[in-house]
Design a protein around this ligand. Structure first.
Ligand code: ADQ
Length: 476
């Protein structure tokens, strides 16, 4: 078996403690790399006064983790700048928040070149290289420029935007051209893949080949959908752990017979948290009989706090929930419990289990793992109901959820009403179908299908090269 080299912006060594402090990508990579021999390479998350080119290697949970520190200017321009100030909002359809700064683009290229310089000495000829996410789109090209002949794949964890939005990015062609240095480019859904293909075919005059690959800029790559999943069985088991049972019991007691609506999100404007709270307010105003019968637990953890847009959403969330609570709360009931702390995986599993309705209502989301965790956290005999935004990648797989439009307060309120009134039989039927999908398309299936596609690309490449070598020899 070839070694697998995974490269991502941040690296979080596998293990329950480290994994619980990161977002979806880290959750998935920790699970995917367990059992696999290989290296996980990326930024340590630390800054250094001057870039030293030192790599720190450690072994954790069967995975070799290699990290480097970055300079403050790199972090500002590459991480806070181009990755999270430009590409994240743009790819989530928020051109109103997108920062189009040239210095960010230069920092992005510079740090990607650093990643390539540091990675090259670690690569062996048979290694499969798997690059993760929007921080590192140019890495494949940078590795090729330094002579890497390996099969290299790329996976995008966020949506690919519509062509018209992509065109607002200065040097969008250069960014897309970088995608063609990978053998395989993966997306969560056909929708994101089709948006990529649409750009290639109509913006740069590329063509689609019969095997699904696309050709442009004189190169060919294979775009494909690989829907990411969770460690479904492992997560389902967590709710029976001591900490899982404890948090479940605590929640059940504190519910005092009321129904609980649950939101769990990284505090990000793409997650539609404001809109969700406003829809909930609308529900309570339109159906006052529900007051005192239900409450919402919204768990949202701060991330990327150096960026203004993230400080704004933090303040907005507290102000909206404060206003709703201030105007509606009674001495023994508050409509919204607004929590900002991180929870362990076990605690989270127990909280999901105690919830009656899971509210996953992003305005746009590559996949959304919370939707899958909510399902895996439920009790088979009395499961809660998932209310899911049609704009989450997860909606293309999780058809038995109640699918809503998060831009419409009335639509979300209707979805919640329907979830609260759903008979047990229907809840069980829908949950079974959802859980079957979550178990089938788990994180191991995701990893294996991507690695297989990368291996086929490598073997196909070898086959293509072999006759050419023979012909050259024949001529000589
Ligand atoms: P994220 O935007 O981070 O991921 P998501 O997929 O929902 O979004 O994953 C969030 C993860 O963080 C979940 O595993 C969740 O349990 C965890 N989490 C959130 N708040 C927490 C808290 N307070 N305590 C503990 N854990 C918490 C990106 C993309 C997604 C895509 C993933 C994976 O934006 O669309 O699904 O990558 O590809």
């Amino acid at each position: 078996m070839s070694r697998l080299i995974v490269v991502s912006n941040r690296v979080t060594p596998p293990g329950p403690e480290g994994a619980s402090s990161q977002g979806g990508l880290a959750m998935a990579m920790s699970a995917a790399l367990r059992e696999y021999s290989g290296i996980w390479f990326g930024w340590s998350g630390q800054s250094t006064p001057e870039f030293t080119g030192e790599i720190s290697m450690q072994s954790a949970g069967g995975v070799t983790v290699a990290t480097m520190d970055l300079e403050e200017q790199d972090i500002q321009e590459y991480y806070n700048g181009y990755a999270n100030g430009t590409l994240w909002p743009l790819f989530h359809y928020r051109i109103d928040l997108t920062q189009y700064e040239r210095s960010f683009g230069a920092g992005y290229e510079r740090v990607n070149a650093r990643f390539a310089d540091m990675l090259m000495p670690l690569i062996e000829p048979d290694d499969l290289i798997w690059v993760q996410d929007y921080h590192l789109i140019p890495l494949g090209r940078a590795l090729r420029e330094r002579g890497a002949k390996n099969a290299i794949g790329f996976f995008l964890h966020i949506p690919w935007p519509a062509r018209e939005l992509m065109a607002t990015l200065p040097q969008h062609r250069q960014l897309v051209e970088a995608m063609f240095h990978y053998d395989v480019v993966g997306f969560h859904t056909d929708e994101w893949k089709n948006a990529f293909n649409n750009y290639v075919l109509h913006e740069v005059g590329g063509m689609q080949l019969t095997d699904g690959s696309v050709r442009a800029f004189g190169r060919t790559t294979l775009p494909r959908a690989f829907p990411i999943g969770i460690d479904a069985k492992g997560f389902a088991a967590l709710k029976q752990s001591d900490a899982g049972i404890e948090s479940y019991t605590r929640m059940i007691e504190s519910k005092a017979g009321r129904k609980m609506l649950l939101g769990v999100d990284r505090l990000d404007y793409s997650k539609g948290i404001d809109e969700r709270l406003l829809a909930y307010e609308r529900l309570l105003n339109d159906s006052p009989e529900l007051k005192r019968q239900i409450f919402m637990l919204q768990i949202s953890t701060a991330t990327r706090t150096e960026l203004d847009a993230y400080q704004d959403i933090f303040a907005r969330l507290d102000s909206i929930s404060g206003r709703i609570n201030g105007s509606m709360a009674e001495m023994d009931w508050i409509p919204i419990r607004n929590v900002h702390r991180m929870h362990s995986r076990e605690e989270l599993a127990g909280i999901y289990r105690a919830a009656d309705v899971g509210l996953v209502t992003p305005l746009r989301d590559g996949m959304n793992l919370v939707a899958k965790e909510f399902v895996a956290g439920q009790d088979e005999d009395d499961p809660g109901v998932l209310v899911l935004s049609r704009f989450a990648g997860a909606a293309s797989q999780m058809r038995e959820a109640l699918i809503v439009n998060p831009f419409s307060q009335e639509d979300v309120a209707d979805g919640i009403r329907r979830a609260l009134a759903m008979p047990k039989d229907e809840r069980k039927r829908r949950w079974r179908a959802l859980m079957d999908g979550v178990e089938r398309d788990d994180v191991v299936a995701w990893r294996d299908s991507f690695v297989q596609a990368l291996e086929s690309a490598r073997d196909g490449g070898r086959k293509k090269r072999a006759p050419r070598i023979a012909a050259t020899r024949g001529e000589g």
